[in-house]
Design a protein around this ligand. Structure first.
Ligand code: RIB
Length: 292
């Protein structure tokens, strides 16, 4: 499909959270208390992370989402504006912003509990939101806002020739109509297993496999596998989001290039603590690309 703009224009319809990150050598078992090694508050949320990743990877990005009226709201807005993500369609609603309680262990693996807050109040898309979706090349969504809103966005995108890229995370049962409006799905291997045949109607499916790279299956039986660059992992939080945002920014260059580009971005994101704090720039991704 021809691009509507020179630089790929990407609208991210999704969540934004304040991540409360504790580090510990070993994550506690049920009923157990362990000592932590550190604590940080880092802006995150799958939508916001993917928006920042797509912007840093070369896209022109608008964010459609909501923050609350609490102490986190201004900082969450600031991380987007500092990254030059458009926030004209970011609303402030009454109550708490989204929050994620994250535990990162000594191997860089995490456990996350998300409390939706303002994200759960993203129940309506205004005429101005729909206009932004219709004008974009790509609509990028996840599942941390109400599914009906994702469906409304995807339906409108499809009707206006905007490519719909869905990262169905956290994985859950979705209405068949949503799958029918998705052009590209990006899932990790656990989500792929959980979703099973639900992914069948999607034309392009990308499955990320952490340090083992990513696989792609497209139309006419086309399949690809891309290895991931080897890095020293500090924290995997946001690595999948960085992969997805970078993939969206490079999608116009074809799946093979986009997977390589996104793989380099995702790997770099594991080398620092935190979600938004670990997303690489276009120059850093370029430097990490495998040499031919
Ligand atoms: O994918 C990582 C993100 O999941 C975190 O930033 C957290 O906010 C949750 O949304």
């Amino acid at each position: 499909m021809a691009q509507k703009t020179d630089v790929p224009s990407i609208v991210v319809l999704g969540s934004i959270n304040m991540d409360l990150v504790t580090t510990t050598d070993r994550r506690p078992m049920p009923g157990e208390t362990v000592l932590g090694t550190g604590f940080a508050m880092v802006p995150g949320g799958k939508g916001s992370n993917q928006a920042i990743a797509a912007r840093r990877a070369g896209g022109a990005v608008q964010f459609l989402g909501a923050v609350g009226d609490d102490v986190f709201a201004a900082e969450l807005r600031r991380v987007l504006t500092d990254s030059r993500v458009g926030v004209e369609r970011l609303r402030n609603v009454d109550g708490a912003s989204g929050v994620a309680a994250i535990v990162v262990d000594g191997g860089g693996e995490n456990s996350i509990i998300v409390v939706g807050g303002a994200n759960a109040r993203m129940t309506e898309l205004s005429a101005a939101d729909l206009e932004v979706i219709a004008a974009a090349d790509i609509l990028l969504c996840q599942l941390e806002i109400p599914i009906d809103t994702v469906l409304a966005g995807a339906r409108h995108a499809r009707a206006n020739g905007t490519t719909v890229l869905l990262n169905p995370s956290p994985a859950q049962d979705l209405p068949p109509e949503l799958w029918a409006n998705v052009d590209v799905a990006v899932v990790n291997s656990g989500e792929a297993e959980q979703l099973g045949t639900a992914l069948d109607p999607v034309t392009h499916v990308v499955v990320t496999r952490g340090a083992d790279g990513a696989d792609y299956r497209g139309p006419d039986g086309k399949e690809l596998s891309q290895p991931s660059p080897k890095v020293d992992v500090i924290d995997t939080t946001g690595a999948g989001d960085t992969f997805t945002g970078a993939l969206a920014a490079a999608w116009h260059r074809g799946p093979e290039y986009a997977l390589t580009w996104a793989g380099a971005a995702g790997a770099l994101a594991t080398t620092k603590l935190g979600a938004s704090t670990s997303i690489p720039t276009e120059a850093e991704i370029t430097a990490a690309l495998p040499t031919q």
